[in-house]
Write a protein that binds this ligand. Structure first.
Ligand code: UD1
Ligand code: CA
Length: 471
């Protein structure tokens, strides 16, 4: 068990290089804002407290923090962005009596995970040093702070790219931007920071230099894949690709069949049970949950959708905020808009759109329908081309269909309307009055056959065409 620690995450900068109206840390990867990935990693690693330092567009970031984390995360304000050292000062302001370690992370390194934070803390506890810093050796260290070491390899400090001599720039070991500092040492070191550097800022990296002067630094080598920083949108895309692959591989390890890792997009909070199957090109977003044996075919996009055991979502099922029951079949090309519920063994086929509608157990709408604001019972058959006319231009109304009813193809049900149990609506009907249980409702015009009339019509059309050509 390692020592108690708090985590301070720096997220006050504007992120100019993102060229965005959105603050940098609010840009999303795998469905979560950048900063939230780091907060979650810290919480999972067991941080006693998580403090997010905010500044630029702070109201927007704070609103998001409250919505996602409530009181598990506090924010500290850095009024002016005077550098990472100044940001840490703001972050530890409320921790005057804390005596454990302070883990410092940057809000723009979204691949940081629980294991990395635990490694920092284990190293801190084991070494007893005042500072632990993560480093990586990379081919192109441009832009990163360089780790300076003496002839014996002992860490001397960190030099920012902008302050580095050409000799120092040749160093390929970089500062990952993840540290653990003993709290009291950190408070003292922060008070000694100076702005004598190329950017005129207070650098947290200089705290590592202060610990080095006391011979109290441990550098831990880490894989760069976990610490890539996001300074522009090209780096955002690279980090998202890494994160996405990491998530898909994790599910594959747990027994989910993933046909094609590279085109499977699974958001950070999605849950999938073993033996679910994902074909290529599937997007699972938000809080989507798939039970064992659910089969999601190619091109499906599910956002906050719960899918029960044995359901088969055929290609190009698009669903949002909906519930899909056991052994249900959808698609191909089905569209579930919010608050749609498909009870067990029900089925919707191609080009069926549902919205705020419940389709009861065993009921079917197999082709070309719009089912909006509907309450549909069990074993109902909804024929091809049925439309629930739910909107009168001002209000939405409910269509109710009781168990075992049959709706003939190409019918329009003008809501509010109720089709009673076991009732039968004749094909091509426009229904605007309730249909009693067991009744047959037909509202189309009666068919008339005019014997021999087709030839007369043909002759008339021919004459009309000739007259038009003569003009
Ligand atoms: C920083 C490190 C560098 C390291 C790199 C790793 C410093 C001085 N440099 O450089 O050694 O290799 O990260 O990714 O720390 N921030 C604030 N307030 C400020 C300034 C920054 O909250 O006044 C926040 C930013 O929002 C960002 C983080 O601190 O999330 C890092 O700042 P950034 O300007 O991106 O630092 P780098 O130049 O990348
Ligand atoms: Ca950065």
């Amino acid at each position: 068990m390692s020592a108690e620690f708090v985590t301070v995450i720096l997220a006050a900068g504007q992120g100019t290089r993102m060229k965005s109206a959105l603050p940098k840390v609010m840009h999303k990867l795998a469905g979560l804002p950048m900063y939230a990935h780091i907060v979650e990693a810290a919480l999972r690693a067991g941080a006693h407290d998580v403090v997010l330092v905010v500044g630029h567009a702070r109201a927007e970031v704070e609103r998001d923090v409250v919505a996602r984390f409530d009181r598990r995360v506090t924010t500290a304000v850095q009024e002016q962005q005077l550098g990472t050292g100044d940001a840490v000062r703001a972050g530890v302001m409320g921790l005057t009596s804390f005596e454990g370690y302070v883990v410092i992370l940057y809000g723009d390194t979204p691949l940081v995970h629980e294991g990395l934070i635990s490694a920092l803390m284990t190293s801190a506890s084991d070494s007893g040093k005042k500072a632990v810093v993560l480093t990586s050796e990379i081919a192109d260290p441009t832009g990163y702070g360089r780790i300076l070491r003496d002839a014996e390899g002992k860490v001397l400090g960190i030099r920012e790219h902008k302050d580095a001599s050409s000799e120092e720039r040749a160093v390929r070991e970089i500062n990952c931007g993840a540290y653990a500092f003993e709290a009291s040492f950190l408070r003292d070191a922060l008070s000694k920071l100076l702005t004598n550097n190329a950017q005129g800022e207070l650098y947290i990296t200089d705290v590592v230099g202060q610990a080095a002067a006391l011979d109290s630094v441990t550098a831990v080598r880490w894989n760069f894949d976990d610490v890539g920083g996001v300074n522009d949108r090209a780096q955002l895309a690279v980090c998202e690709a890494t994160l996405r692959l990491r998530i898909a591989e994790r599910f594959a390890q747990r027994g989910v069949t993933i046909r094609h890792l590279a085109t499977t997009y699974i958001d950070a909070h999605v849950e999938i049970e073993p033996d679910a199957v994902l074909e290529a090109n599937v997007h699972l977003r938000g809080q989507t949950k798939l039970a064992a044996g659910a089969h999601v075919d190619t091109g499906c996009v599910l956002n906050n959708v719960t899918v029960a055991r044995g359901a088969y979502l055929k290609p190009y099922t698009v669903a949002t905020d909906s519930t899909i029951g056991e052994d249900v079949e959808t698609g191909p090309f089905a569209h579930l808009r919010p608050e749609s519920v498909l009870e067990a063994k029900s089925k919707i086929g191609n080009f069926v759109e549902m919205k705020k509608t419940r389709l009861g157990r065993g009921s079917k709408a197999s082709h070309l329908s719009y089912l909006g604001d509907g309450q549909i019972g069990e074993n109902v058959n909804i024929g091809a081309g049925t439309i629930f006319c739910n909107y009168d231009g001002v209000n939405k109304h409910v269509t109710t269909i009781e168990d075992n009813a049959f709706i003939g193809s190409d019918s329009q049900l003008i809501a509010p309307v109720r089709i009673g149990e076991g009732a039968y609506v004749g094909t091509g009907s426009t229904i605007n009055r309730d249909v009693p249980s067991g009744a047959l409702a037909v509202s189309r015009a009666r068919q008339e056959n005019k014997e021999g009339y087709a030839a007369k019509l043909a002759a008339r059309f021919k004459a009309l065409k000739a007259a038009k050509a003569a003009k």
